[in-house]
Design a protein around this ligand. Sequence first.
Ligand SMILES: [Zn+2]
Length: 135
Amino acid sequence: MDGYDKLVPSPTPDTQPYWDGLAAGQLRLQRCGDCHTVRHYPRPVCPSCYSMNTEWIDATGRGTVHSWTITHYAFHPGFKGDLPYVLVTVDLDEGVRMQSQARGIDTSQLRVGLPVKIAFEKVKDDLTLPVFVLA
Ligand SMILES: [Zn+2]
């Protein structure tokens, strides 16, 4: 895991539970404590009612492919070795969308509605990233 040379996130108090969840092998999503709207990405204010009352829920980690791109050009040198790679936008069972790289999904298999589930890649001692695999 040494030599990881890609851009890395900088957790904040608002996002730390998300990153801690990934490290523990669990996808966590925010849910409004007032109107119960689930949201992703993590942020301090509910987009539906503007409440700052936030809960965290354990997501199923399951969903379906909404869209994808096949990346052939690295916008950061750290990703050159991964080319080409697949980025998927997934409609999670909880009703929110999430983007991540796909793993083990042949591009000929990609279709809207393809069932996928989350997997976890520990890329550094202090960083675990989500990826999607076939469900
Ligand atoms: Zn709300």
